[in-house]
Every structure is written in C-alpha cells, then in structure tokens.
Design a protein. Structure first.
Length: 283
C-alpha cells in the first residue's frame, strides 16, 4: 500500500503558505514523513523590490539568493517541528519549473500546494501555478484550498468511472482512509442511462474487498445520477460531509479529462476540501 515518506512543500513565506505548512505538518505526523520546505526565488519577479540596488545584476541576484537562504535556514532552525524531520531547499528560477525539478530530483512522494496566495513576489500558492504543477509533476499533488481550516480527514471520497485510469487512485484513497481512520466513500456517477447494476455491484464489491484487506472496514459505495460528473461529485461532497477527495489524473502529460471532459479540473477549482490528485509515478 502506498505511503507518504516525503512531502515537498513550496513556500513564499506568506501567512497563507504558513497555514499550508501547518497542514503539511499534520500529514507528515500521520505518515511519519519528512518535510522538504522549498523556496524558489524568481529573480524577474522580485527584482523590482530592489530598485535602490546600485550594483550589477549578478550582485543583485546574489543579494536576493542570500536573503532567501537566510529565511529558509531560519524557518528550519527556529520552528518547533514537534519531532518531525524537516529540511530546507532554496533555489532560483521559475516557480513551476523548479518545483517540478526538485520533486523529480528528490523523488518526492507528494507535492503539497495551497491554491490561494498573495501572488506578488512569488506565486506558488496561486491556483494557476497549482494547476500547472499538476500537469507536469512526477508524483501526486495535494491541493489545499482552505489551509486556514484545521485539518480533518474523517470521510475520504474516491470517485471512479471504473476505468483503469480511475483505479490508479484507489490505493492512495485506501491509504489515506487507513492512516486517518476515516470512512471511505466510493462514488460512481451515471447520466440518464441506467447502468448494469450487477456489473456495478461486482465492481463495488471488489473495491470494498481490497479496502478490507488493508484494514479499512468502513467503506460505503454510492451510485449518483447527474448529467455533469463534477456537479455530481460536488453535490455528494456537500451532502455527505466529505473532507478529502482522491482522484486520478492522466499519465505524465496532462490532466485526465475525467468522466465528461474537464471534470478533474472542475473538482480542483471548485473543491473546498483537500484534493489528492494521483498520477502515475515517474520513479
């Protein structure tokens, strides 16, 4: 069963990314994972903050890099990590490219991204950046829409269309449910067509058996009718008190257009609860 040994957490030192870091700590505690705190300095975005600098461009880059390094080191040394292992990484470049590069080079198990932030000096925490990281990350991405809320994982949702691709996320959903001692919901959305209930029940039974084998016994399966899959997922989340979603993305090249076109993207952008987006690991 999948486990989380390392969590890559981009930060811009804003209050918003600080809240996201607290969520990362909560996951790290449950999984006994190492936190890898990443700051990317995008020179082109921060240079305007140093208009009074009279040296060369190279000397300015060095000043900015040194300041970022000090901030990262201070965070790692002065924060109370409550027994967790944490390392700091400071790197220069485009936030999106460098986040993906570091995740690949360190073989991170997951990248945790908050989806809202200040968006001036750096923009890791904005939804657009999260979306672009999801498209190119070599590992799952955990999208946190409301890091100001305390982490609570009591009900895990696994939506599936019973395709091989959607099954990719099931191991992860079972792992989260087990680690947090949560109820696992398996959801299958159908449109106006009536599904073959015998086939659906067989698939539900197989999924439940796999969860039971891993010690996750509280498993619920539901068929919901909705012409739009993302609406169906959102309605189920709201009605059932879901506080964590696990959904698959497509391969290495882009977001899987889950169910009916852009459902995965819709789930990310509309969700008010954390979404773990699963892709085939590159390593």
């Amino acid at each position: 069963m999948w486990t989380m040994k390392s969590i890559l957490v981009p930060t811009d030192f804003s209050s918003h990314s600080e809240l996201a870091l607290r969520q990362a700590e909560a996951f790290a505690k449950v999984y006994n994972a190492q936190l890898e705190i990443l700051h990317v300095t995008d020179f082109e975005k921060v240079a305007n903050d140093y208009t009074g600098h009279r040296g060369s461009k190279e000397s300015l880059i060095k000043v900015i890099e040194n300041e970022a390094e000090l901030k990262v080191n201070k965070l790692i040394k002065e924060r109370n990590w409550n027994g967790l292992k944490a390392i700091g990484i400071n790197i220069t470049g485009s936030a999106i490219d460098r986040i993906v590069h570091v995740a690949r080079s360190r073989k991170s198990d997951v990248v945790l991204m908050a989806t809202r932030g200040r968006g001036n000096a750096t923009d890791f925490v904005l939804g657009s950046t999260t979306y672009k990281v999801i498209r190119t990350a070599p590992c799952p991405v955990l999208s946190i829409p409301n890091p100001k809320n305390d982490l609570s994982v009591t009900s895990v949702l696994f939506p599936t269309d019973f395709s091989n691709n959607s099954y990719l996320g099931y191991e992860y959903a079972v792992s989260v449910a087990k680690q947090f001692n949560s109820k696992l919901h398996i959801l299958h959305i159908v449109d106006d067509k009536t599904p073959d209930m015998d086939v659906v029940e067989q698939k539900f039974t197989a999924l439940k058996s796999a969860a039971h084998a891993e010690g996750v016994l509280n498993v619920n399966s539901t068929i919901a009718k909705d012409r739009d899959a993302s609406d169906g997922i959102k309605n189920f989340v709201d009605k059932s008190g879901i506080d964590f979603i696990v959904i698959a993305t497509h391969g290495h090249g882009g977001v899987k257009q889950y169910f009916l076109g852009s459902t995965t993207v819709d789930v990310i952008t509309r969700s008010q609860v954390p979404v773990l987006l699963i892709r085939q690991m590159e390593y």
